[in-house]
Structure formats: C-alpha cells, structure tokens
Design a protein around this ligand. Structure first.
Ligand SMILES: [Zn+2]
Ligand SMILES: [Zn+2]
Length: 355
C-alpha cells in the first residue's frame, strides 16, 4: 500500500463553489518520484475552464478539483532511483505528470499526444485512486521523467507560467522553423501572446503584433515587437498581405481567421493555440492560393519543455506576472475573464501557510 501525507491545497467542490481551502493526500515518493515544495503556481485559463466545468464535452471535471499546471518549486525528497534531482534543487512541473512511455508518440518525445497521458490535474490517479491534484497546493509528487530543471537565474514567480503559456507558444515556433530573418505575427496580446512576442524576438524574427486595442501598442513594443497593427484598421492589415512566414494565433474569442491567413506568404503557416468555442470558418481560397497551411498545437513534449526552459535561462525570459496570495484566487479568476492582468497571475504558495 502506498503511504500518504496530508497537504494543504485550494479546491473547488462544484462548478459554482469557487475555490477554498482543502486538504489533499499526496503519496510518499516511490523509487522514481520527486517530491517538490511548490513555491509559485501560475493561473492558466484552463484552470478556470476546468473549475467551472466549461469543457465538459471534451473532458468533464471531477470534483473536488485542485487546478494548477504551471508549477515551480524546490525538491524536498527524492526516491531511491532518482538520478536527475537531489534535495534542494529547483524543479518545475507542467501540464503532464505521466504517460505510458511506450507508444510511438512517447518514443518521439511527444508525450503530450500519448493516448495514456496523465494530466497534472483532473486525470485518473493510478497511485492513490481518484483524480490527480494540481499546483494550488503545498507540494506535489511526480515521476522524475516529468520533472523539469529550472535555470537558477530566472525569477521564480515569472518562471511558473513558462510551464504552460511558455511551452504552448515556444513549441509551434520551433516546429515551424521560426529563426532569424523570418517574419512572425502574433495575434492577441494576453498570457500566451506576450510569451510568443518574447520568444519570436529572442529567436531573431521580425515580430508584428496584431491587437484590437490601440492602447496595447507601447506594451507590445516593450515586450519585443518590431511593429504593432491594429487589426480593425483594414489599410494597416492590407500593407502586410502575403508577407508572413508564420503567425501564431492566441485568440480564444470568435474572430475572422481568414484576415490573418491572407497575410501569410507562400508556404506560410498559421498555428492556432487559442481555443474558440465555436468552429472557425476557413476559406479554401485563402489556403490553396499560396500553399498556406492552418494548424493547431498543444503544449509540448518533456524534452522540448526542458529546451524551452534552458532557452529562457540563456535569454533571461520569464512571463510578466502579477503575484497574488492564494486567498485572492477567486478575485483573480474574475479579473482574468476581463483580461485585467498583465499578463499572468502567479500565486505565491507561501500564502497557503497562513490558512
Ligand atoms: Zn495551461
Ligand atoms: Zn505514450
């Protein structure tokens, strides 16, 4: 039988309850496990969707739910077979905590597409039964294969969102060959978009930000954009027609995707990382005229996530965060719905000790 210990957390008991203090059980580390004291956990939009069971068709929420998959902390204990980490090391956990390790996707380092992948929260917990609990908690125990190293120069509160917002934007840029000299567009300047701007800039691309709010122009330039286009301005949009190598679309609201596809050059690609609820209408002529492609992307594999973190260490990239205590999490969700954050909330988990 697996031995366990009680750990403080914040959980939602139903789709309408909001989050409140709750104790959960964590397993004692097995031979391959790393126990991490959680220092910071970013707030991702999918935390909010899951807490409110808004993705019930895709994956229904099991209550109580402890969300959080942008986890940074310090190793407090390691199992006997752990070689990658020792007590006192900085460590991080993203959206996944396990996979089968044997399927073609796992063998290719694409654990995010493994049919047996286990999400950090709201997935079946094979160790304790019930469902996995995420990072709005004092500690977490994870197989060393899914634990990442954190470069020591990074601000930890700002590093937490790299584990989801960071890899979600880095992976498609890597896949579609964003390098020096490429022209890259970023649609939407929120949690994902602001990371995309930082990465594209650090990779040496010419970065153009598309936004509906002219007020975001200064901030986009500060984050590393070379140009800012107000997407409602048809003349400004027209100037860029057929000129982009790659566009990352981070908008989750309904929007005209063809307006952006038409800005791609020959073989240009637009990748969607936002998740609009309604199907998008794509014009065939937008695609076939220049052999353009339209695709999606979801987080990244473990090796690629480590590569992203190392890249961030080298270029000193973190997310722009507003640090909050866990007691303000429900308020933060309200503000998230109004995009009232620059650009990600990061929960200081030390605040959990005052519960
Ligand atoms: Zn996320
Ligand atoms: Zn697999």
């Amino acid at each position: 039988m697996t031995t366990t210990k009680k750990v403080p957390a914040y959980a939602a008991q139903s789709a309408t309850s909001g989050l409140a203090s709750f104790n959960i059980m964590r397993r004692e580390p097995g031979p391959q496990d790393v126990e991490i004291e959680i220092l910071f956990c970013g707030i991702c939009h999918s935390d909010l969707h899951s807490v409110r069971n808004e993705w019930s068709e895709f994956m229904a929420t099991n209550y109580p739910i402890v969300p959080g998959h942008e986890i940074v902390g310090r190793v407090t204990k390691v199992g006997s077979a752990v070689t990658k980490f020792k007590q006192g090391d900085l460590a991080a956990v993203g959206c996944m905590v396990d996979s089968d390790g044997t399927c073609p996707q796992c063998k290719a380092g694409l654990e995010q597409f493994c049919p047996n992948m286990i999400l950090t929260f709201n997935s079946p917990d094979k160790h304790l039964g019930g469902f996995t609990y995420g990072g709005y908690s004092g500690s977490i125990v994870v197989d060393q294969r899914f634990v990442l190293r954190v470069p020591s120069n990074l601000n930890l509160a700002g590093a937490a969102p790299l584990l989801c917002a960071g890899i979600t934007t880095y992976s498609p840029m890597h896949h579609w060959g964003v390098t020096k000299g490429k022209k890259v567009g970023v649609v939407g300047l929120g949690g994902l978009g602001h990371m995309a701007v930082k990465f594209a800039h650090a990779l040496g691309a010419h970065v153009v930000v598309f936004t509906t709010s002219p007020g975001k122009k200064e901030d986009a330039l500060r984050l590393g954009a070379d140009e800012v286009v107000v997407s409602r301005n048809a003349d400004e949009m027209k100037k860029h027609a057929g000129s982009f190598d790659f566009i990352l679309d981070a908008v989750s609201a309904d929007h005209d995707i063809n307006a952006y596809i038409n800005l791609l050059g020959i073989d240009g690609n637009l990748t969607l990382v936002g998740a609009p609820a309604k199907p998008l209408c794509v014009s065939a002529f937008s695609l076939i005229a220049r052999r353009r492609s339209f695709s999606g992307s979801m987080i990244g594999g473990i090796a690629e996530t480590q590569e992203m973190l190392d890249f961030c260490g080298k270029h000193n990239i973190t997310a722009d965060v507003e640090v909050i205590p866990i007691q303000k999490v429900n308020e933060a969700y309200q503000r998230l719905l109004k995009s009232d954050v620059k650009y990600r909330f990061s929960i200081d988990m030390a605040s959990l000790k005052s519960e």
